[in-house]
Design a binder for this molecule. Structure first.
Ligand SMILES: Nc1ncnc2c1ncn2[C@@H]1O[C@H](COP(=O)(O)OP(=O)(O)OP(=O)(O)O)[C@@H](O)[C@H]1O
Length: 979
C-alpha cells in the first residue's frame, strides 16, 4: 500500500504514526502527549507504547494523491486530496463507483502494514546494509540454484560414484518418477534412492515422502538419511502411533516398517490418509505376487502407490520370485505400460533382436537388414520417422547422430524396461575386490546321521519343515535344528557338531579380526552365542529377527565399534539383508541358504562399496549330508556363486526344482547333474548379455554422461561463492565463526543469535559444531557438517533472508572520490511472481527469478556497466538518522526513480516470461510425447491421462503469461561524505 510520511515536530492526539522499531504493530494512534512523553495505542493488538518525545522512534503516516486507503469498517477509497483540521488529516476521494467520500485519519484501518520496499523507504524504515546484502545475495543464489542442472546432487555426503550419479540425475529430475532400482547387491541403491529423494525435495518436485523398509533396516535407513543427506526424517512406529492420533501427519519424510503397516490396519489407514508425493519401498522382492494371489505386503504397497505420484522400488533381486514377481513390480510402477503378464512375457521374447539393433546404434554401426526389420515391426510414429531418417542416404552426419541418439532413447523407453528399471552389475562397476571361498569338509557326527534318516520318513517330513522353515529335503541342510528338540544323551548339539570346534579354532586363528557369521535360523544363532560363551568364554554380538529393533541396532553398533567392539557378529538370515558390514573381511557361512538370491544377499553384506580387501568366505560343511551336494551346486561346478553374483541363479533354481530335490535326496549324483547346470548357466548368461541385460546396461549407465557429472560436482567454483555468502549470513544472524583451517569452520551460536536458521540442522547449540567445504573430508569425518549450497543451514539462511521484510531497504554511502558528493544511485531487485491457482503447482514451473537494475540520479540504466559485487565493495554503512534525512530530502527524486525502475522492469518482463514458459514446456512436452507414443502401443494408457497433461500445460501457459515483477528490495546509494 503506497503511503508517505512527514516528520512533524509536534504530536497531536488522534494522529496516526508507526513505530520504526516495531513495524509489525501496524498503525498507531496518539493517545496523549506532553513535553516529555508521547503514548500510542496500537489497535492491531491493543498494545500501548510510551516514548520520550525527543527520541521517539516514530514516523508519521501521511497518504498522498493516488494512494488507496482503507476505512476501519473495511471500505476503501482512492485519495484525490488532503485537508488538515487542528493537526489531523482528512482524506478526500471517491469510491470505485465514483461516489465522493471522506475519511478522517483517526478512522484509518489499523492493519496497515508497511512491507514493500517502496513504502518502507518512504516511511523511513531502513535496514542495515549487510541485511540488504544478504537478501540480494540470497535472491541471486536462488536464481542461480534454480537453474543449476545438478541441483539436489551437490549437498549429499556421498562419494562421486558414476553409475549412482547417472541414475540419480536421470531419475531425480523427472516429474513423479516411478522406477525400480535394481542394482546388484551392495552397489548403492539406498544412496541412489536418497539422491533422488534429495533432488525431488530440493527442487520442490516433491514435498513429502513415505519410506517403507523391513523393520530390521529402519535404523540403518534413518542413520543414512540423516548422516548422508541431512533430511528431516521421522521414524513412524507403534510408539509414535500410540503417542499421537495421527502419527504420519507432521512428517515431511516418514520412515516406517512395512511389517508394521502390514499388520496394523489403523496405521495403514493413517498412512493412506496423507498426501505423499513419493513412496519408496526397500527390499521390494518381499512383495510377493502371482496371477492368483498377492501377499498382504504387495496389497499395502499397491494401495499406497496408486494415489502417490512418485514410486521407487528397491531390490537387488527383482526376479527372486520369478518372472511373475518381476512383472508385478513393474506393474506397480507403471500399470499403463505393463497391463498384463502375458503381454510382458511376449515382449521379453523380442528383447534380443531389439537389443542387437540398439547395440549397433550405440556403436554407431550401420543397421543390418534384420535390425531394420526387427525395429520396423515394433516402431510407429515419430520413432519410425527417425528410423527412416537414419536409413535415408541424404541425411547429414549431424542429423544422423541426433536421430541415432533419440531413437536409442525411445527404444529403451518405449520398447524395453529402460525407463522404469535400472540395474547395474558388478561386472560393469570397477573397484570391487575379489571373493575367495574356503570350504572345510568335516565328518558328520553319527547322531546327525541318525536324525537325518529319521526325518526322511514321509510322515516326519512335515515336522522337519516346521523345525527348519524349509520343505524336505531342504530341511536336511540344517541337522542341528532337527536334532535340537530331541533330548539325547549327547546333550546340546553344539557339544558335538564339528563346525563348532572348527569355529573356535578359526576365531583364535583370526585373532580379533572382524568376522560376520551368518546362519539360517535365529535359534542356531542364539545357540552359537551360548556355545562360544560356555565353551570358550567368547562374547559375540547377535542379531536375529526376534530381537527388538533397538537391540539389533545396538548389536550392529557393538560389532562396528573399532575399539571396544565385538570381533564376531552372529546373524540369522535376516541379518543378511540390506545391512552394511563392509568393514569386515571374513564371512563365515555356518550353513547355506536354500535359495541362490539369499546366498548373494549374505555375501553382499561384505562385498559392497567400501570393501577394501578380498572377501574371505569360510564354509564348514558336513560330508555325507545334503550339505555336501548343495555346496557343489552353489560352487564352481554348478552356479559358481561364490566367486561372482549370478543373476541367472534364481531362474536355474526354478528350472531345476526336481533335479535339486533328487540331488539332496541322494538319488541324483552331483557329477551327473552339475555339468549340465554349468553349461545351462553359461548359455543363460550369454542370452541375458545379449537380451534384456544388454538393454538394461545401456539404459542404466551412460559413462560419458556420468563422467561429466562427476567433473561438474567436483568443481569448487560454487564453494567460493558459498563461503562469501555464509560469511554475510552468519554476521546477520550473529553466529560466531572461526576458521579451524582453510576449509573447516567452527560455528557457535551466541546469546543474540537467530537460532531459527538451525531448524532441522543437527547442530550442537551449546558447544557449537564444525563443518567443512571439502567432500573428501566430510566423507572421512562424520562429526563435520558438509557445507554446501544444499546444506539445511544454507537453505534456512536463503529462506529466512527472503521470506520477511528484513533487508528489503537500505541506504549506503559510496566511497568513490571520482563521484561528486551527493550523487544519488538507486539499486533495485524485482522478483518474477504469478498468482497461485488451485490444482496447478505453479512454483514447480516458475522457479525464483530476479532482476537487478541500477539507476543513476537522472534515471539512466547502469545495470550492465556497474555490477552488484563491484559496487558493494565500495559501499559503507550510513547511520540510520542520516539515512532518514537523505530520504526525506530526496523523496521526490526517489519516487521518480522508483517509477522509472518499474517501467524498465516492465520492459524486461516479456523475455523473462518467455524463458519461464520454455522451461515449463521442456519439462512437460517430452512427458506428453511419451504418453502419446506409449498410447499407440498400449491402449491401456488412458486418453484422459494425456488430455490432463495437455490441459495442465495450457493452464500453466496462461498462468505464466500472467506473471509480473514485484519490487523485492532496494538500496539507495549516496556518494561522498564521511560516515
Ligand atoms: N556414493 C557413496 N558414497 C559413500 N558410501 C557409499 C556410496 N554408495 C554406497 N556407499 C556405501 O556402500 C554400502 C552399500 O550401499 P547401499 O546400502 O546403498 O547398497 P544397496 O545396493 O542398497 O545394498 P543391498 O542390495 O544390500 O540393499 C553402504 O554402506 C553405503 O553407505
Amino acid at each position: 500500500m503506497p503511503a508517505t510520511s512527514t516528520q512533524l515536530s509536534t504530536f497531536i492526539p488522534g494522529q496516526r504514526w508507526i513505530s520504526d522499531a516495531e513495524i509489525e504493530l501496524g498503525l498507531g494512534t496518539i493517545l496523549q502527549c506532553d513535553r516529555r512523553s508521547v503514548t500510542l495505542l496500537f489497535n492491531h493488538n491493543g498494545e500501548t507504547r510510551t516514548y520520550s518525545t525527543s527520541t521517539a522512534p516514530l514516523t508519521r503516516v501521511v497518504f498522498s494523491e493516488g494512494d488507496q486507503v482503507t476505512h476501519q469498517d473495511g471500505w476503501t477509497m482512492r485519495v484525490t486530496a488532503t485537508e488538515a483540521i487542528d493537526g489531523l488529516l482528512i482524506y478526500l476521494g471517491s469510491s470505485n463507483e465514483g461516489e465522493p467520500l471522506e475519511l478522517m485519519e483517526t478512522q484509518l484501518a489499523h492493519q496497515v502494514q508497511f512491507q514493500g520496499p517502496r513504502e518502507r523507504l518512504l516511511t523511513g524504515q531502513i535496514d542495515r546494509n549487510n541485511e540488504f546484502m544478504l537478501r540480494a545475495l540470497s535472491r541471486q543464489a536462488q536464481t542461480r540454484l534454480a537453474k543449476d542442472p545438478l541441483r539436489g546432487l551437490r549437498g549429499p555426503r556421498v562419494g562421486l560414484i558414476p553409475h549412482q550419479l547417472y541414475i540419480a540425475h536421470e531419475v531425480g529430475r523427472r516429474l513423479a518418477p516411478r522406477v525400480l532400482l535394481a542394482d546388484e547387491v551392495g552397489l548403492g541403491k539406498t544412496i541412489e534412492a536418497g539422491l533422488i529423494l534429495h533432488q525431488q525435495l530440493v527442487t520442490g518436485r516433491a514435498r513429502r515422502a513415505l519410506i517403507l523398509v523391513p523393520g530390521s533396516l529402519c535404523h540403518q535407513w534413518l542413520v543414512e538419511l540423516l548422516r548422508r543427506f541431512g533430511l528431516p526424517v521421522t521414524l513412524v512406529d507403534a510408539d509414535r502411533a500410540q503417542a499421537t492420533g495421527a502419527p504420519f501427519a507432521d512428517a515431511t519424510i516418514a520412515l516406517a516398517s512395512i511389517n508394521w503397516l502390514t499388520q496394523d490396519e489403523a496405521a495403514m489407514q493413517q498412512a493412506l490418509a496423507e498426501d505423499w508425493d513419493l513412496l519408496i519401498v526397500d527390499e521390494a522382492h518381499h512383495l510377493r505376487w502371482s496371477p492368483h494371489s498377492a501377499s498382504p505386503e504387495y496389497e499395502r504397497v499397491r494401495q499406497l502407490a496408486e494415489p502417490t505420484p512418485g514410486l521407487l522400488l528397491l531390490t537387488a533381486t527383482p526376479e527372486q520370485s520369478g518372472e511373475a514377481g518381476f512383472f508385478a513390480q513393474l506393474q506397480l510402477l507403471d500399470p499403463a505400460r505393463y497391463p498384463s503378464l502375458e503381454g510382458f512375457l511376449a515382449e521379453e521374447e523380442g528383447y534380443r533382436s531389439c537389443a542387437t539393433a540398439i547395440a549397433r546404434l550405440e556403436a554407431q554401426e550401420p543397421l543390418k537388414a534384420e535390425d531394420l526389420t526387427a525395429l520396423q515391426e515394433r516402431l510407429s510414429g515419430d520413432s519410425l520417422a527417425l528410423l527412416d531418417l537414419l536409413d535415408n542416404p541424404h541425411t547429414s552426419d549431424e542429423q544422423r547422430d541426433s536421430a541415432r541418439q533419440q531413437l536409442t532413447e525411445q527404444l529403451l523407453d518405449r520398447y524395453g524396461t529402460g525407463r522404469v528399471l535400472f540395474r547395474n552389475r558388478r561386472a560393469s562397476v570397477p573397484g570391487f575386490p575379489e571373493r575367495k571361498v574356503f570350504p572345510v569338509a568335516l565328518d558328520c557326527p553319527a547322531v546327525y546321521k541318525e536324525v537325518l534318516n529319521e526325518y526322511d520318513e514321509p510322515h516326519k517330513q512335515m515336522m522337519a519343515s516346521a523345525l527348519t522353515g524349509q520343505d524336505w529335503p531342504y530341511a536336511g541342510l540344517y541337522p542341528e535344528r532337527l536334532y535340537a528338540i530331541q533330548k539325547r544323551e549327547e546333550g546340546d548339539w553344539w557339544n558335538f557338531d564339528p563346525r563348532v570346534d572348527w569355529l573356535l579354532e578359526k576365531l583364535s586363528e583370526l585373532n580379533n579380526e572382524k568376522i560376520l557369521l551368518i546362519c539360517a535360523h535365529a535359534d542356531t544363532a542364539l545357540d552359537l552365542v551360548d556355545a562360544l560363551r560356555r565353551r570358550a568364554g567368547i562374547l559375540a554380538a547377535v542379531f536375529h529377527e526376534d530381537m527388538p529393533l533397538i537391540e539389533r541396532d545396538r548389536a550392529a553398533a557393538w560389532f562396528a565399534d573399532d575399539e571396544d567392539g565385538a570381533p564376531l557378529l552372529i546373524c540369522s538370515e535376516i541379518g543378511s539383508e540390506g545391512r552394511n558390514f563392509q568393514f569386515a573381511h571374513h564371512l563365515i557361512l555356518f550353513d547355506l541358504p536354500a535359495h541362490p538370491d539369499l546366498l548373494e544377499q549374505r555375501i553382499g553384506r561384505l562385498d559392497r562399496i567400501g570393501q577394501t580387501e578380498t572377501v574371505k568366505i569360510h564354509l564348514p560343511y558336513l560330508t555325507d549330508t545334503p550339505q555336501e551336494p548343495w555346496l557343489a551346486w552353489c560352487g564352481e561346478e554348478g552356479l559358481d556363486q561364490f566367486s561372482h553374483p549370478r543373476p541367472v541363479g534364481a531362474t536355474l533354481w526354478q528350472q531345476y526344482q526336481e533335479e535339486l530335490h533328487n540331488l539332496l535326496e541322494g538319488i541324483l549324483d552331483a557329477d551327473d547333474f552339475l555339468p549340465e547346470v554349468k553349461a545351462t548357466r553359461q548359455a543363460a548368461e550369454i542370452e541375458l548379455e545379449a537380451g534384456r541385460h544388454r538393454l538394461l546396461e545401456l539404459a542404466s549407465h551412460r559413462p560419458e554422461v556420468s563422467a561429466e557429472l562427476v567433473e561438474q560436482l567436483a568443481d569448487d567454483e560454487m564453494d567460493k561463492e558459498l563461503r562469501n555468502y555464509l560469511e554475510v549470513a552468519l554476521d546477520v544472524y550473529r553466529i560466531q565463526n572461526e576458521d579451524l583451517d582453510a576449509n573447516t569452520w567452527y560455528l557457535k551460536p551466541g546469546q543474540e543469535s537467530d537460532t531459527a536458521i538451525f531448524s532441522d540442522v543437527h547442530f550442537d547449540m551449546e558447544e557449537g559444531s564444525s563443518g567443512t567445504f571439502l567432500r573428501d573430508k566430510a566423507l572421512a569425518r562424520d562429526d563435520l557438517h558438509f557445507l554446501t549450497w544444499e546444506h539445511p543451514l544454507t537453505r534456512n539462511c536463503l529462506e529466512a533472508a527472503t521470506s520477511t521484510v528484513q533487508g528489503n531497504v537500505t541506504v549506503a554511502l559510496l566511497k568513490n572520490p571520482a563521484l561528486p558528493a551527493g550523487t544519488l544511485l538507486i539499486e533495485v531487485f524485482f522478483c518474477l511472481e504469478t498468482a497461485q491457482q488451485a490444482g496447478l503447482d505453479i512454483n514447480r514451473y516458475l522457479p525464483p527469478q530476479s532482476l537487478r537494475l541500477l539507476l543513476d540520479g537522472q534515471g539512466n540504466n547502469l545495470s550492465n556497466k556497474v555490477k552488484f559485487k563491484g559496487l558493494s565493495r565500495q559501499l559503507v554503512r550510513m547511520k540510520k538518522g542520516l539515512a532518514r534525512e537523505v530520504v526525506k530530502l530526496r523523496k521526490e527524486q526517489l519516487r521518480e526513480l522508483l517509477d522509472k525502475a518499474e517501467n524498465l522492469a516492465e520492459e524486461e518482463l516479456p523475455s523473462m516470461l518467455e524463458i519461464a514458459q520454455q522451461d515449463m514446456r521442456d519439462l512437460l512436452d517430452p512427458e506428453i510425447a511419451r504418453l502419446t507414443a506409449l498410447q499407440k502401443n498400449n491402449p491401456a494408457v488412458r486418453n484422459a491421462e494425456v488430455e490432463q497433461l495437455v490441459e495442465e500445460r495450457k493452464q500453466l501457459d496462461l498462468a505464466l503469461n500472467a506473471a509480473s515483477l514485484r519490487l523485492d528490495a532496494l538500496r539507495v546509494i549516496v556518494a561522498g561524505g564521511q560516515e
